[in-house]
Design a protein around this ligand. Structure first.
Ligand SMILES: [Fe+2]
Ligand SMILES: [Fe+2]
Length: 254
């Protein structure tokens, strides 16, 4: 049996600070299944993007590394799905799909990748930042999953690969862009932060919009409804004679 990688895996300070929230999220069986399924999907998608990156690069070493990386991501996807399936068969879901909205974004973020538009340098910088973030998140998830050793083992296994991905992308970035690798990493970090901000802002805008419409419905609309009701009371029902000045020929428009 291999030892856990916690002593070597890095967890960003923010991720460590959010541990109680992650613990709360992972505590629930159905939510855990839902998150594992989502992770499985993200990892498999990431694997597909890396296959495309291997096709596009003209660097033979990068091509080989991308292919190994793609195989790893495919395996991660399978491990997550398999674990979710065994949890489901052990205890059938109540309503797994309804918990989707409560899930936090998956750790990887490879879904932001636009493979066809990247150069080797920008691709490696993007991958390095995404893998570092995944390693950080997965370390925290693994640590908060003490009550579920089987899921914890899955993260432990995957973390080893994420550490390798994080390291090889940096080494290769330094090789292909020795002068600019720091700038590339910062640019990738800022782009990632900007996309995260946009996601958060649009989610927040949805919530604020909902709250404002509810306030309008209960505070602004009732006086108008009251006035309309009052005006309706003063109206006479049925047909009413038209005033002679308005009752002229219908042949003209005015
Ligand atoms: Fe992965
Ligand atoms: Fe990875």
């Amino acid at each position: 049996m291999h030892s856990p990688v916690s002593r070597h895996a890095p967890a960003a300070r923010l991720d460590r600070m959010l541990s109680p929230i992650h613990r709360w999220i992972w505590r629930d069986h159905d939510r855990r299944v839902q998150k594992l399924l989502r992770f499985g999907e993200t990892e498999t998608d990431g694997g597909r993007d890396l296959l495309r990156a291997a096709e596009l690069t003209s660097d033979p070493l990068l091509r080989r590394l991308y292919l190994v990386h793609a195989t790893d991501e495919q395996r991660h996807g399978m491990l997550f799905r398999r674990r979710a399936a065994s949890m489901l068969s052990a205890r059938p879901r109540r309503d797994v799909m309804s918990t989707a909205d409560l899930s936090t974004p998956s750790g990887h973020g490879l879904d932001d990748l636009e493979v066809d538009r990247e150069t080797d340098g920008t691709m490696l910088a993007f991958l390095h930042v995404a893998e570092k973030s995944a390693a950080s998140r997965f370390t925290v998830y693994r640590d908060v999953l003490r009550s579920d050793p089987d899921t914890q083992r899955v993260f432990d296994d995957i973390l080893r690969d994420e550490m390798f991905h994080m390291n090889y992308t940096l080494t290769q970035l330094v090789r292909v862009a020795p002068e600019r690798h720091r700038r590339r990493i910062w640019k990738a970090r800022l782009t990632r932060m900007w996309k995260a901000y946009l996601r958060l802002a649009s989610a927040l805008a949805g919530v604020i919009g909902g709250v404002l419409l509810t306030i309008y419905y209960f505070v602004v609309l009732p006086p108008f409804a009251l006035l309309a009701k009052r005006a309706a009371k003063n109206e006479n029902g049925g047909w009413m004679p038209v005033a002679p000045e308005r009752n002229k020929s219908l042949r003209r428009q005015y």
